[in-house]
Design a protein around this ligand. Structure first.
Ligand SMILES: Nc1ncnc2c1ncn2[C@@H]1O[C@H](COP(=O)(O)OP(=O)(O)OP(=O)(O)O)[C@@H](O)[C@H]1O
Length: 229
């Protein structure tokens, strides 16, 4: 389980996070939602210890993030980090050389799933295919937790559908996923837990299935109630 406990973060004088608390369980998809600049990416960076927090605590399976945690968790950023002149195959090789947790079998399966060709250069890929390669490179690692920043950003509906399909497949399996997205409609049916952020805090956290069954509301209905009041 990932436990985010009362974390605060300031950039200069700007207080971005004012005490954010939530948990994300293994085997569940947790979705962070909020308007631009609310601090979603900052939270993911904080979980990965890529940005220092001012106060609060983050635990991964009960322990503070350390060298060993990086074998358990991976961060898939919203932009690909591979060099444009590399081919997909070379990017995969790079990951294999770099990470012990690289799972070549899963990587090959993902290539087929996304219909990508290893000889294609990163620089020649469409936006949608770049997003798929980015996802492939993260999903192919044998880690327990996956953090995904805006995997649907700026890509066409068919690519979005294909990416959403991955979430229900064994390629994600029983891992814990924290995702940020503005494209809630694409994955509403896949999400377990929703964390609504506003003004540096969690304004509402709920289980999407429970709210659908108990109150007959969609995630978007709840978002309207919270953000448009
Ligand atoms: N390194 C930084 N230095 C200064 N300010 C920063 C830095 N990183 C983020 N911020 C500021 O912190 C706030 C939160 O940024 P963050 O990227 O976490 O928001 P977000 O919710 O992910 O936004 P979006 O939906 O646009 O991706 C923004 O106002 C941003 O300008």
């Amino acid at each position: 389980m990932i436990e985010v406990k009362d974390i605060t973060k300031k950039f200069g004088r700007k207080q971005v996070l004012r005490g954010v608390t939530f948990t994300a369980a293994k085997g569940e998809i947790t979705c962070l939602i909020g308007i631009n600049g609310v601090g979603k990416t900052t939270i993911l960076n904080a979980i990965m210890a890529l940005t220092p927090i001012n106060s609060g605590q983050i635990l991964i399976d009960g322990a503070k993030i350390n060298k060993k945690s990086y074998e358990k968790i991976t961060f898939i950023p919203d932009a690909i980090t591979m060099l444009p002149q590399m081919t997909i195959g070379q990017s995969m090789q790079f990951m294999q050389d770099f990470y012990e947790s690289w799972n070549q079998e899963r990587a090959t399966e993902l290539l087929g799933f996304f219909k990508l060709k290893p000889e294609e250069k990163i620089s020649s890929l469409s936006k949608g295919n770049t997003a798929k390669v980015n996802l492939l490179l993260g999903l192919a690692l044998d880690v327990d937790y996956l953090l995904m920043d805006e995997p649907f950003s700026g890509i066409d509906i068919f690519s979005r559908e294909q990416i959403a399909e991955v979430f229900t497949s064994h390629l994600v399996e029983d891992r814990g996923v924290i995702i940020t997205t503005h494209e809630i409609n694409d994955i509403e049916h896949l999400i377990d837990q929703v964390i609504l952020l506003d003004d540096g805090i969690v304004v509402k956290a709920f289980n999407s299935e429970e709210i659908r069954e108990n109150e007959g509301k969609s995630v978007v209905d709840v978002m309207r109630e919270v953000y448009q009041q």
